[in-house]
Design a protein around this ligand. Structure first.
Ligand code: ARG
Length: 266
């Protein structure tokens, strides 16, 4: 009898061991649980990512959830801020970042990017009665930007690095606040974001002006640690979603019009 009990315990333990090994496996399919990826962002950039009742929402959030699903993953999107998100991806404490991040050569040295998923450019946000008519007019003005963005870079190219008239903020909402409070004459940031701001705040009397000669075309990409195996899987998923209409559905939800996919083929 004693022997039988001992045997039973052994069999049960072996069975449990096999079970737990299965649970830890990351391969999907066969009803196994999908791996949840940690996605970091700076949720102060509506309509791409912002906080609503404590939740991170926006075009980028819907986009990355759909891409991850297509690639066989689940995601948890966490607001960590702009500078911290780069630190996390570099240190591999997060799997990927989505945050209206422009693909550029400088960042490519340290990170990997997905294929482009959104076309953007910097534009200028000013009060309606401003005498600023072009990027050149920013020369002797005070300009607020989000620190570490292509907007900062573009303004410093115009005004000079170390110019005290370039006021840098940790997020773009703070830069807009500075303009509202009269501490700056203009904000330079991604067109969609400042256009959305003007649309949502008509009584603040701001307008957006563009200057194609001064500001380049930019493309957003998903940011990965260098050599991440996720890049290939996500690139494939993004391309599939652009083909099967899923990307267009999400785009239309946020921007009310159909996307022009031809412009993403850089
Ligand atoms: N596209 C610009 C850049 O990559 C600004 C992005 C800012 N994104 C944000 N979530 N605050 O530099």
């Amino acid at each position: 009898m004693k022997k039988f009990k001992w045997m039973a315990t052994l069999i049960v333990s072996a069975f449990l061991l096999v079970l737990s090994a299965c649970g830890a496996s990351e391969t999907s399919g066969g009803g196994e649980k999908k791996k949840t990826l940690r996605v970091v962002t700076d949720a102060a950039y509506a309509p791409f990512e912002y906080q609503d009742k404590g939740e991170v929402v926006g075009f980028d959030v819907d986009f990355i959830k759909a891409v991850a699903k297509q690639a066989g993953y689940e995601v948890k999107v966490e607001h960590v801020g702009w500078d911290p998100l780069f630190v996390e991806i570099k240190g591999k404490t997060a799997d990927l970042a989505v945050s209206a991040i422009t693909i550029n050569d400088d960042r490519k040295q340290t990170y990997d990017f997905s294929v482009p998923y959104f076309l953007s450019t910097n534009k200028i946000l000013i009060p309606k009665d401003s005498d600023i008519k072009s990027a050149a007019d920013l020369k002797d003005k005070v300009v607020a930007v989000q620190n570490g963005t292509t907007g900062q870079e573009a303004v410093e190219t115009l005004l000079g690095k170390e110019n005290k008239n370039v006021k840098k903020f940790k997020d773009n909402n703070l830069a807009i606040m500075e303009l509202k409070n009269g501490g700056a004459d203009a904000v330079v940031a991604d067109n969609t974001v400042i256009e959305e701001y003007v649309k949502n705040n008509p009584n603040e009397n701001f307008i957006v002006i563009e200057d194609e000669g001064a500001f380049d075309k930019e493309f957003y990409g998903v940011l990965f640690p260098k050599e991440s195996k996720l890049k290939a899987e996500f690139d494939k998923a993004i391309k599939e979603m652009m083909e099967n209409g899923e990307y267009a559905k999400i785009y239309k939800k946020w921007f009310k019009v159909d996307p022009d996919l031809s412009e993403l083929k850089a």
